[in-house]
Design a protein around this ligand. Sequence first.
Ligand code: SAH
Length: 369
Amino acid sequence: MTAILDLTPQAATTALAEWLAARGEAAYRVTQLVPRLWERPVRLWADATELPKALREALDAEWPLGVMTEETRQASSDGTVKYLWRLPDGEAVESVLIPEGSRRTLCISSQAGCPLRCAFCATGTMGLLRNLAPWEIAGQVRELLLAPEPVKPTNVVFMGMGEPLLNWEAVSTALTLLNAPDALGIGARHITVSTVGIVPALAQLAKRPEQFRLAISLHAATSETRRGIMPVDRKYPLADVMKAIAAFQRRVTFEYVMIAGTNDRDEDLVALAALAKKAGALVNLLPLHPGGAIPLEPSSRHRMAVFLDRLKGYGVEAVLRRSRGLDIAAACGQLRIARPGPGEEVAPQAHRDVHEAPRVRHRPRRPHP
Ligand code: SAH
């Protein structure tokens, strides 16, 4: 049976209206039920006390609401909070809440693990465990609304675990759930899809009428360099990604993690500036965080500052992003599940700190010197 939380509000309205009619319930009831899915969520139908008890019991039996359990919550000294959610089948994902001024940005996951194996990223060392369902993606926001001290994120970024565009169907529904006024109601301009650039799905995303923001995890401005750190470039070469983003009627952001000697050379700068200008992109320079599959050196502070200045000199809009949540391994590219499921044995290396280089299961080609 379809999980009711996997349906858009429109589809849920249809499904519940039919079900109510078949039970001989009053038609207006549907207007009481749908807001309880996302707008004013309840953990169980039993909690929707405005409804008759018999109806609530029937709903919990026939349209059970998915439950994700907050297994751990870690707070960083900078205010960032990392949540570990246990999913019904025992898999787990993380989300990271980043407060900044009046903004509360929630960084959400779209897959348990990730198949891409980017050399610098911790999630890639897990491989792909499975895709998340729409309710498990948007549910990371829903859970915060249900917490004892509810938090309503103002912004959502798909920069947690997984590659959203390799799980497009579910992500597409999740985007509706996040954005629809009769669901979570977060403005499209406050929702950012971050991707390495899965070309066919980029075309699908471009077709959505809402103004969702797009961030491309670029990390290299030529395919030659990119292949050394991002195996996906062999399947979807940079040139094809650039063509695909040209279809977007909105400003794109390039994410660029700075790796010493790999993508921070003078020629990298020139190539990046040219690409960003051509695409009219904003460039986000990020410090490399520890935890990837192979030991890579972050660029020096000085080199990052020089890169930023010179990009601006070329007329490119660029910013240097601050790392958040490093002390709890919640920063970009550090999410990785190393905790056992309930009743599972604890493997000794599962306790290893994410700051140490994890065991290499698959060694991507070494980046260019
Ligand atoms: N797969 C998607 C979304 C998850 S990654 C994507 O690649 O965009 C979210 C961001 O963290 C991406 O920009 C990613 O490149 C970045 N990231 C990954 N590893 C990192 C690291 N070690 N240091 C800093 N940022 C990293």
